[in-house]
Write a protein that binds this ligand. Sequence first.
Ligand SMILES: Nc1nc2c(c(=O)[nH]1)N[C@H]1C(S)=C(S)[C@@H](COP(=O)(O)O)O[C@H]1N2
Ligand SMILES: [Mo]
Length: 306
Amino acid sequence: MPKQNSVSLPYSEVTPKAAYLSRRDLIKTAALPLAAFQAGAATKLSGYKKSGFSTSEKQTPYNAITTYNNYYEFGLDKDMPAVNARNFKTSPWTIRIDGEVAKEKTIDFDALMKLAPLEERVYRLRCVEGWSMVVPWIGFPLSALIKAAEPASKAKFVQFETYFDLKQMPEARYAGLPFPYIEALRMDEAMHPLTILSAGLYGETMPNQNGAPVRLVVPWKYGFKSVKSIARIRFTEKKPLTTWTIANPREYGFQANVNPEVDHPRWSQARERRIGEFGKRDTLKFNGYADQVASLYGGLDLRKNY
Ligand SMILES: Nc1nc2c(c(=O)[nH]1)N[C@H]1C(S)=C(S)[C@@H](COP(=O)(O)O)O[C@H]1N2
Ligand SMILES: [Mo]
């Protein structure tokens, strides 16, 4: 759907041969119900294992996760995406992979889901607006896709682009943002084992309002980095632009690491409200993932690089 003229390559063409062969057994045991992903409406997923990277904190109820959303292409209010994205067409789906890669290609959703076994990762998600959730995502490390994409040694950044169609997303007109929505990570952030592509939550395929059919999740960064409904992944040598730095560079930096010590210019980032709970709790540096990710930012002044 994203690009009419795109050609879907078979799985074997987007995966280095050795990796393909060694992964075959994994895929057998993963037993993915691929047909489930094509159904459109939320469908049960099975065959995924629980990841040790998960938090044991209380999970935010499904109903809250799926009705309190930021997805500006589908409206500005938190309850609008659930309504306006109801008929969003997410099948068939392809992702274009281009830029500094051995060979530019288009991968379709089924092939993407075969790159690695699915895992459940329960992560905290914190928005720069000051609310947070605990979400049981289903996905796999983005690194699996990056390896399959065979980036050139020149590639230092990965840029993500959301699918955009004004016909399906008429509310986008009022968002005051340039679309398609774009975000980017440094290559080392993108390769980090906590960074995942997610195709579902709470044991079901991804609801449209949460970024169906597949979205990024980077748990130590503010929510806006976690781009939804990915249509394109581009490898670049130079630091790419991002939607929020184009819209307001003073308020939304490229790094966007969750950091209670660095305020947003108009409000504090020290505390947060967990959706569905009363009162506020302290925000943790790197959203509580400092042990795993702080070393990525050694020597970087996080006040300047926010
Ligand atoms: N395409 C797209 N992706 C997006 C957004 C958006 O408006 N458009 N909002 C971001 C913001 S600000 C947040 S906080 C998270 C919210 O994810 P959730 O609705 O699944 O909680 O999605 C991010 N990804
Ligand atoms: Mo956000």
